[in-house]
Write a protein that binds this ligand. Sequence first.
Ligand SMILES: C[S@@+](CC[C@H](N)C(=O)[O-])C[C@H]1O[C@@H](n2cnc3c(N)ncnc32)[C@H](O)[C@@H]1O
Length: 323
Amino acid sequence: MAVPSPPEVGANLASSVDLGELQRLLSRVAAVFDIDRMLSAPADQAAVIEYYTQSRSLYRNVHSSAGAIHMALSAGGRFREEDYLEQARRVESLFQPVRPRRVLELGCGTAFNSGYLASRHPDIQFFALDLTPLHLQEARQRTRVQDNLQLVRGDFHRLPWADQAFDLVFEVEAVCHVRDLDTMLAETFRVLSPGGRFVMFDGCRHSHFRSLPEPVQIASRLVEQSMAIQTDLVLSDCMQAFEAAGFSLREQQDITHLALPTIKRLQGKARLFYFWPWMARQLLRWNPAFANTVAVYLMPETIRTGAHVYLQTVMERPPPSAA
Ligand SMILES: C[S@@+](CC[C@H](N)C(=O)[O-])C[C@H]1O[C@@H](n2cnc3c(N)ncnc32)[C@H](O)[C@@H]1O
């Protein structure tokens, strides 16, 4: 089968892009936060767990009371609550060609995606792995009645399953926290059966990130750090790593425009936070989780200036005949 090449996402956005709005938002962030301190904060696994534990109530109250911890994918430019299910629906559309018996979700959060899929496919065994105990606790409460869904605490760099245990593995906005992409990909490849698929929905830095103007790079690093993401990887590094792990690329779509309505909606809420810097600093003292307003406040600009993209990627562990 011919393998489509990845899209030239954002390739037409060059350094000539207007930075006025980005600089304005950066200065408002600097009025509330110590930017140097934020940029040098650790984002190891302990920081990831702390970030999600600390910000759980904000996510629940501001983002999704149903438990989604990802961007909705909204066609037509308008956010709708039900669009949080779009990633799961896209995974589900692969059940027809792949006919999986066992499906694994990496970084499942509160099992919003796996819970939905497991309730609709009682004949498939679902497994969902996450690092953050609080998320798994909530996932257990939400999915108590589903005996075809097993929740497991663990790290996607070290999967506690035998070789070729799954026919389909997917992730939604979890691999952005990866510490060692090669190890994580080798593990995913190992647990997939030949012909099995690995589906990713995630944001990343565009391939030309390192040639973007400094304020864009700083804003991007702030976006990432404020969500406990620490990476040097750009898209082309990831594509090389996928290939080196043995995967073949089946499909890659730039779906940033579908995530934008959620991001803009959250930016609207974050604007209120930055309106009075003095008040914002008080709020931050009361609840440090408000630091993640940085991400949604700046992200429309890091997207517009060509730094961040949101992609749907489908890979295959090649079957023996194609290996
Ligand atoms: C943005 S949330 C997405 C949750 C879920 N996929 C969803 O769509 O609602 C990212 C999740 O990845 C988990 N995570 C981060 N690093 C991980 C790792 N190394 N192993 C397993 N889970 C991880 C976090 O605990 C968090 O629950």
